[in-house]
Design a protein. Structure first.
Length: 621
């Protein structure tokens, strides 16, 4: 019997925010509450429970043993919320036994906050006792449920335009069933004024000229997901638009009656869009110049000339589940609605650190744009995934995928690749089977692996596979060279540490699965010392040998945010089952953890992209 009540935040759809509150600013926009939706999922399990939901209260009556009643009550949010304002749910959770005390299974309820797209275990409020004996064992006696309180705070994001929405709510979950109250807010009013563009860094003449390139990666498509350029034609558009703004250096504003003339050598076309605004289109990236003549209504003739760089950064993401975004689907499962991925066969999500890195580069510099090719696939190895065919983590009826290196070459064609992000190696060691083995067998390192009649122990197999990593990384390096990727443009990441709590101590246990077993503290220490550390040593050695850019900092950054931490950056088993209806997301990085990793990679990439503070010029065109 598993029951949970949860306060939830989600569904924010303000353009350009990506689910993250925008920066505050002077704005007349405000959030107005629509009519609360009570049990929109309509999905409780009638055979096992009876649910009563009303604004401010959820009541769950368990009709099968242990025959208990749980209730979560709270104060509903206000009718209006200002951007940046907070609402605190003071949730009172009560439990009462209505039947026998001797039962099989669980007798407890949790209240958990859902922030963005993930359950936040730090806010767990538990009532009753979780009987950890395996389900199906002899009847056990548990203490009766009681009453407890918890507070969950929600902060309203900053809308960008009228009509933007965001929502949060309180949910009761009973295994596969769900019942919840959703509060949806809609923005109305006027948006904050957009900041004025900075004066141009340099332009000769009596006019100033600044420019931007349209955003290519990070915008959302009609399906609500982040739109990718995922075909050869989209990746190679054959036209790059640059938008220009002209200003008079004497401080006077432009007039709609001014006459603006533009000279743009090598341009495909140019067009004046209005007073002191024009755009120019080029066939390829490169360094160009424009000359502008302005005949003003006040009789002045003004001019300027500027040299600039057309640079659309082409970034490719390769590798395994850490790169694909396993554990953090674009939209998690809710009630009867399945989770949504950018690519289900690979469990590929725009919440991954690779996609977040591409978005960060896109947003940081308005004078460049980004094309991101996301090929990382959950479960991929160097041998089967990057260099060989791979069926994917959820193949279904799909054909096996071509090697990621081959896909990259086919999609990109002759375009210059500016960066290749790679996370790979852990599946060549057998990450998933290792975890399952250590849950099932105590002292797992010294037990036969992968089968009970195997001649080698888990420790012996890991030692052998770690020894094979240098040869695998050598093969990967040769393959990257064959497709023309300069070594300095390969950014390979080390793996994070999921084995510790908020104090940096090893989890005790790391994972406990009722009816299956536990990944004990001693086994977590062994896995850290004998698997994770040697793996990251092999990644570092490969980077040094092949001239790749090594991205460090993940093990240290996650040291106090492991699986059992009160501020965990790791998807736990319950979150994985709730958000994607399988266990595959367990032990992977949450969206917050992916954001941290993206920050490390973004910093390293900016050093390469903007060496000396200047935009690196395209090598071709």
């Amino acid at each position: 019997m598993c029951v949970a009540a949860a306060a939830a935040v989600g569904g924010h759809r303000a353009e350009g925010s990506g689910g993250t509150p925008a920066r505050s600013g002077a704005s007349a926009l405000t959030w107005t509450l629509k009519k609360p939706q009570i049990n929109p999922a309509g999905d409780p399990d009638p055979a096992a429970s009876a649910i009563t939901a009303r604004d401010g209260s959820l009541r769950w009556e368990i009709q099968d043993p242990p025959e208990a009643t749980f209730e979560a009550s709270f104060k509903p949010p206000p009718a209006r919320l200002a951007p940046g304002a907070t609402h605190t749910f003071a949730v009172t959770v009560k439990g009462a036994l209505t039947g026998r005390k001797d039962v099989q299974g669980f007798r407890h309820l949790d209240a958990i906050l859902l922030v963005g797209d993930r359950w936040d275990g730090r806010t767990a409020v538990t009532v009753g006792q979780n009987c950890n004996d395996p389900i199906g064992a002899a009847p056990m006696t548990c203490t009766a449920p009681a009453s407890t309180k918890g507070t969950f705070t929600v902060r309203a994001p900053t809308p960008t335009k009228a009509g933007d929405t965001f929502s949060f709510g309180v949910s009761a979950l009973n295994c596969g069933g769900a019942c919840y109250i959703r509060y949806e807010y809609v923005a109305s009013g006027q948006p904050a004024p957009k900041p004025k563009p900075k004066p141009p860094a340099s332009s000769a003449g009596t006019l100033g000229i600044d420019y931007t390139m349209p955003t290519r990666f990070g915008l959302r498509g009609r399906d609500g997901l982040v739109a990718y350029q995922d075909t050869a034609r989209e990746i190679n558009p054959g036209a790059w638009r640059v938008d220009f703004t002209v200003r008079r250096k004497d401080g006077r504003p432009c007039s709609t009656r001014d006459a603006l003339a533009v000279t743009a050598p090598k341009a495909v076309r140019s067009r004046v869009d209005g007073a002191c605004r024009f755009h120019v289109t080029y066939k390829r990236e490169g360094t160009y110049s424009v000359k502008v003549m302005l005949k003003a209504t006040d009789g002045k003739r003004l001019s300027a000339q500027r040299t600039f760089v057309v640079q659309d950064w082409l970034i490719v993401g390769l590798g395994d589940s850490n790169g694909s975004g396993e554990g953090v689907p674009d939209v998690p499962r809710r009630g009867a609605y399945s989770e949504r991925w950018q690519n289900r066969q690979c469990h590929r999500s725009a919440n991954s650190y690779q996609a977040q890195t591409a978005r960060a580069i896109e947003r940081r510099d308005p004078r460049t744009s980004v094309t991101f090719v996301h090929l990382a696939c959950s479960g991929a190895k160097i041998s089967a995934g990057l260099l060989g065919a791979y069926e994917g983590i959820e193949p279904g009826s799909n054909l096996p995928l071509r090697p990621q290196i081959a896909q990259m070459k086919s999609l990109v064609g002759g375009r210059e690749i500016d960066a290749v992000l790679i996370s790979v190696g852990v599946n060549d060691l057998g990450f998933g089977p290792l975890v399952a083995h250590c849950i099932a067998y105590q002292g797992c390192a010294s037990t036969p692996f992968p089968e009970t009649d195997s001649q080698e122990t888990l420790e012996q197999v890991m030692r052998s596979r770690i020894a094979s990593l240098p040869g695998l990384y050598d093969r990967l390096s040769r393959s990257l060279k064959r497709v023309g990727i300069p070594a300095r443009r390969v950014f390979i990441t080390q793996y994070f540490d999921s084995t510790r709590d908020e104090k940096g101590d090893f989890c005790n246990p790391l994972i406990s699965v009722p009816g299956k077993g536990s990944f004990t503290r001693a086994e977590a220490m062994w896995a850290h010392d004998q698997v994770l550390v040697p793996l990251n040593v092999a990644v570092r050695a490969a980077a040094q040998k092949h001239g790749w850019r090594l991205v460090t900092g993940a093990p240290e950054g996650f040291r106090t945010h492991g699986y059992c931490s009160q501020s965990s950056w790791i998807v736990n088993l319950t979150e994985s089952l709730l958000n994607q209806l399988n266990k595959e997301g367990t032990l992977h990085s949450t969206t917050r953890g992916n954001t941290f990793q993206a920050g490390l990679v973004t910093k390293a990439m900016r050093l390469e992209f903007y060496a000396g503070g200047r935009t690196r010029r395209p090598a071709r065109g």
